[in-house]
Design a protein around this ligand. Structure first.
Ligand code: TRP
Length: 326
């Protein structure tokens, strides 16, 4: 079976954007691939973060992944810092990665602009750690969104460079681009995000989800109920595309354009479908909350299994790079 690796940062509440764009697809991929999913806590400390909250958020992220259906029977789940070989391999990769390449990364440029007071080595080396995450398991495929494609490409270059210099150890991993529609926040303007507080959390209760949907921005040109709407520019329609079946989508498209239905009707239909999908997840999460020992065990087992693979790769790497092995 071909291998898949992907990672998610422990930045707190997992929202519909994360769910639709990543986690739900990760669940599907477990049916055809040997999948490893990682909560990447070392990536999270490359920018300002809350020291008191990092550990809790790390475990919470794992917890939501499991509730969403990434059961340990189907894949491996672990925390990045629990397999220290990731950072060890990063060092080796640091020594073959040109600074110029890293300075060109879009995310590095964006984050440097956002965090002018703390442009640190870790921020610049972020994609090198990501390359190590992927390559230490010799992953064939990496499911990511558009914004991470450049980083996966860098990991291909790192693999190529390592292989040509030291002998072939690593495959060149390929992107599996998320096909999900890009969901905006409830403001209908910016990407759904925790920081912008425009998100709908995967574990939020039904009342809150409805309240957020009810007040969410739709097609701004549709002011009155009698105005004709344009689904193409409506974020609610985009979310429908992620949760509703084709038949309903066609109906909404037609009825919205002819002012046959109002936005609130459309939102009610969406709410029903979102509920159908999220309710079992919330119920699983509640059950897991009563048994935190279970989640801790899953992560422990994941780290053990992944650690064994990672140590094997590191042995090969040490040998290839001429590091003294007693
Ligand atoms: N950089 C990714 C993100 O922010 C997270 C990540 C870390 C990752 N390591 C990875 C994704 C390895 C895929 C593979 O979304």
């Amino acid at each position: 079976m071909k291998k898949i690796f992907s990672g998610i940062q422990p930045t707190g509440d997992i929202h519909l954007g994360n769910y639709v764009g990543a986690i739900r697809e990760w669940v599907h991929l477990t049916e055809e691939y040997d999948c490893i999913y990682c909560v990447v806590d070392y990536h999270a400390i490359t920018v300002e973060y809350n020291i008191e909250e990092l550990a809790r958020r790390t475990i919470e992220t794992a917890f939501v992944l499991i509730a969403c259906g990434l059961s340990p029977e189907k894949c491996k789940i672990f925390v990045q810092s629990h397999v220290p070989e990731h950072t060890e391999l990063t060092w080796i990769f640091n020594c073959i990665t040109p600074i110029g390449e890293l300075e060109r990364m879009t995310q590095f440029k964006d984050k440097s602009r956002q965090h002018r007071a703390n442009i640190n080595m870790g921020l610049m080396g972020y994609p090198v750690l990501q390359a190590a995450d992927i390559l230490i398991y010799k992953a064939d495929f990496v499911p990511v969104g558009e914004d991470q494609v450049q980083h996966v490409e860098l990991s291909r270059e790192v693999a190529r460079k390592f292989n040509s210099r030291y002998g072939t150890i690593f495959p060149e991993p390929q992107v599996i681009l998320s096909m999900a529609p890009r969901i905006l926040g409830v403001d209908g303007q910016s990407k759904m995000s925790k920081t912008l507080n425009n998100y709908i959390g995967v574990l939020e209760d039904e009342k809150d989800v409805w309240e957020k949907l009810r007040t969410a921005v739709t097609d701004v040109n549709r002011v009155r109920r009698t105005d004709k709407g344009n689904p193409e520019v409506c974020n609610i329609y985009t979310i429908h595309r992620a949760f509703s079946e084709n038949k309903m989508l066609l109906e909404i498209d037609r009825e919205c354009r002819s002012a046959g239905i109002g936005c609130i009707d459309c939102k009610k239909m969406l709410f029903e479908n979102v509920k159908k999908e999220l309710t079992p997840i919330r119920e699983r999460a509640l059950a897991l909350q009563k048994d935190t020992g279970y989640v801790i065990d899953v992560l422990k087992k994941g780290a053990q299994e992944c650690g064994a693979i990672a140590r094997k790769t590191m042995d090969e790497v040490r040998k290839a790079t001429g590091i003294y092995i007693p």
